[in-house]
Design a protein around this ligand. Structure first.
Ligand code: ZN
Ligand code: ZN
Length: 315
């Protein structure tokens, strides 16, 4: 988890960016602000497949065009190139990706030409981008992975995808930004890892009615995610993109809230489930930026999701 944040500029959480490494090849999903610095931090903590400066990231997938997921686009295009990437970047995503790509390349044209023609004589290929606008279904396939795109519910962004990565012996599903969607259940059922966004109910009750409405139409509450997790039964549930609009500090006071709301609305899991919630705060060398790990034995997934969401915002 390179970045797990939201539009809120939380100093401890960079913009959404996730890397999946298969047989030493990295695949990036989303490129929020800070993506290449986070990739470099991961590299320096042992995820060497990314390469220094993200130089080995050559294939990326975009869930949707919201700014928190795309503000790192020029960083992804140009920083690894300046660090020495020779090959063009392949990017897959929704309608509008091509135009965004053309505009980003144009915006940095003076820089690009200066670096190519200047003293350093940078190569002229590594700053190119093959942007491909996709629809649902198989978006990408190589010897390592098959990547399936599926539609999610992110109302004002009509074209929004989740992705299912199928690799030998491991299936990973990432939600992108979405309200509860049947497609998550359909594509996530029985997966090894489900990476899903969520907001906590504690913060939901702290925000304006307009923001509450926005959340209901664009994001998934901890209660809803618990229901999804109960159906999908992933081997590992990773919660990211935790909204805390309404005040990160105020959210820190909400610890007791979810224990009140969590009682008895979902069944206890019959099989072990591990839940991670994520921040960029590094707790373990070389590991994902996890803040904690909930064991499988919690009374219900719902309680577990809520507790982790609440304790995750504690210092
Ligand atoms: Zn977002
Ligand atoms: Zn979004």
């Amino acid at each position: 988890m390179l970045g797990t944040g939201t539009p809120r500029p939380d100093p401890n959480r960079s913009g959404p960016a996730t890397a999946i490494v298969v047989n030493g090849t990295p695949y990036l999903i989303d490129f929020g602000p800070g993506v290449i610095r986070r990739a470099t931090a991961a590299y320096e903590n042992g995820v060497t497949a990314l390469g220094f400066g993200g130089i080995n990231i050559k294939t990326a997938f975009l869930t949707h065009l919201h700014s928190d997921h795309t503000l790192g686009y020029p960083d992804l295009i140009f920083t690894p190139w300046v660090m020495g990437r020779q090959t063009p970047l392949d990017v897959y995503g929704p309608k509008g990706l091509k135009e965004m790509t053309e505009n980003v390349l144009k915006a940095w044209q003076i820089d690009t030409e200066a670096r190519i023609n200047g003293i350093n004589q940078h190569n002229s290929t590594g700053c190119k981008v093959n942007a491909r606008e996709i629809s649902t279904g198989v978006a990408y396939k190589d010897d390592n992975v098959t990547v399936v795109a599926f539609a999610v519910r992110h109302e004002e962004m009509i074209d929004a995808f989740g992705y299912r990565f199928e690799a030998p012996g491991r299936t990973i599903v990432i939600s992108g930004d979405t309200a509860p969607a049947q497609t998550i259940v359909d594509h996530g059922r029985g997966c090894d890892v489900l990476i899903h966004e969520a907001y906590s109910m504690a913060t939901y009750h702290q925000v304006s009615s307009r923001s509450q409405r926005f959340r209901r139409h664009h994001h998934t509450s901890s209660v809803e995610l618990a229901e999804i997790a109960n159906t999908v039964r992933p081997g590992l549930l990773v919660i990211y993109h935790r909204s805390n609009a309404g005040g990160g500090h105020r959210a820190r006071t909400g610890k007791t809230f979810c224990s009140r709301r969590s009682g008895g609305t979902t069944a206890a899991p019959s099989s072990p489930l591990t839940i991670w919630t994520c921040s960029d705060r590094r707790r373990r060398r070389g590991a994902a930026w996890t803040i904690g790990r909930l064991s499988a034995r919690s009374p219900s997934i719902l309680a577990g999701v809520n507790q982790r969401l609440e304790t995750a915002v504690s210092p």
